[in-house]
Design a protein around this ligand. Structure first.
Ligand code: GLY
Length: 355
């Protein structure tokens, strides 16, 4: 048993938390408890500089009286085309064969309509293709070649999405994967190879299943959301995560709010986590409580079959009143998300449900 697991079990046992979860409050707990929300509002689970730029672009749409659906698309596109981001769109980490396959979904509360694409190759902005699936077809989800042909028909330019950075990360993964295959330096040169700049200066892989959620409420009170991702890195070709599955990686209800998920998609699909969060909000829970409720629900189910295994999701949610929430399954850091409303741009600090 790892040291981390021993410590975690100790915390659970000593606090008598047999089925629940340990809550670590964030520093802005007061702000959350006051539950002050304003609309219009736009948020993203990305808290980096690109997330900030995305919020500024989405906010411009909302401030000009634009719709939530236009705002989330504009914001998501900015994150999708960032070549430095290895979790979303162009520059995303590829599947095990070195091919970038993207998943994305969009949902419009005003029309209660949704669209999605999965395993889409060569198109930088899968959320915009998902929007066309929603608005220009009677379907919800297109996958693989069919999604690509649909995007082509709408004139999306085709490009190789594998950046140099993503390719090198993939190659390093391949070379480290097995000492039984022929990828990597000959055995007698392995020690020498570690001295080379290619290995020495190589950036660590930040995440294996990063994603972004963008959720918004416009001035008219309409709610919309997007979830977009390159999915689990080095996945089996054809693997579809939670992001394009309505109810799993994204859900929007115009009477309630919206929720989205990042993290390991398999757990999110099995728990219908975004739908669950929106349902919790419809029962009167705040967005923050709904995120925590969903994580606790998943932990409870996993602990029944393996007390030592904890999934690793991060959830975000907003309600129609403009309140926000964010919580993460576990981790050393407080989860952050970007928020833009009449008060300007801020980073919202969520909670860690299990340390
Ligand atoms: N949440 C992204 C994925 O698992 O594909």
């Amino acid at each position: 048993m790892s040291q981390q697991h021993s410590r975690r079990q100790f915390l659970f046992r000593s606090l008598g938390l047999s089925a629940g979860a340990l809550m670590i409050p964030s520093v802005n707990l007061l702000a959350r408890q006051k539950g002050q929300g304003t609309i219009p509002l736009i948020i993203t689970s990305h808290s980096n500089e690109t997330g900030r730029k995305a919020m500024e672009a989405g906010w411009e749409v909302l401030l000009g009286g634009g719709t939530a659906i236009d705002a989330v698309e504009k914001a998501a596109n900015i994150i999708e085309v960032d070549p430095e981001d290895t979790s979303v769109g162009y520059g995303g980490l590829p599947n095990e064969r070195g091919v970038v396959q993207l998943d994305a979904s969009i949902m419009d509360g005003k029309t209660y309509n949704a669209g999605a694409v999965a395993c889409l190759e060569n198109i930088k902005t899968p959320s915009s293709v998902a929007r066309l699936v929603m608005e220009r077809t009677d379907h919800v989800l297109l996958v693989g070649q069919g999604a690509l042909e649909f995007a082509r028909a709408w004139g999306f330019p085709e490009e190789n999405l594998l950046t140099g950075k993503a390719r090198e990360i993939w190659l390093r993964w391949k070379e480290n994967l097995s000492d039984q295959d022929d990828w990597g330096a000959p055995e007698h040169l392995i020690e020498l190879q570690k001295e080379e700049a290619y290995w020495r200066d190589f950036p660590d892989i930040e995440h294996h299943y990063g994603t972004t959620n963008v959720l918004a409420v416009d001035a008219g009170g309409n709610v919309a959301g997007i979830t977009t991702t390159s999915g689990l890195s080095f996945k089996l070709p054809g693997r579809v995560g939670d992001s394009p599955i309505i109810g799993a990686g994204l859900y929007v209800d115009n009477e309630v709010g919206a929720a989205g998920a990042t993290g390991r998609g398999e757990d999110v699909i099995k728990s219908c986590a975004s739908y669950y969060m929106v349902m919790r909000m419809s029962e009167g829970r705040s967005p923050q409580q709904a995120c925590e409720d969903a994580l606790q629900m998943i932990i409870r189910k996993y602990r029944k079959v393996n007390p030592d295994f904890f999934p690793s999701e991060k959830f975000v949610a907003i309600n129609k009143q403009g309140e926000v929430g964010c919580a993460m399954m576990k981790g050393a850091r407080i989860p952050l998300m970007s928020v833009m409303n009449e008060k300007g741009y801020s980073k919202y600090e969520g909670t860690v449900v299990v340390s």
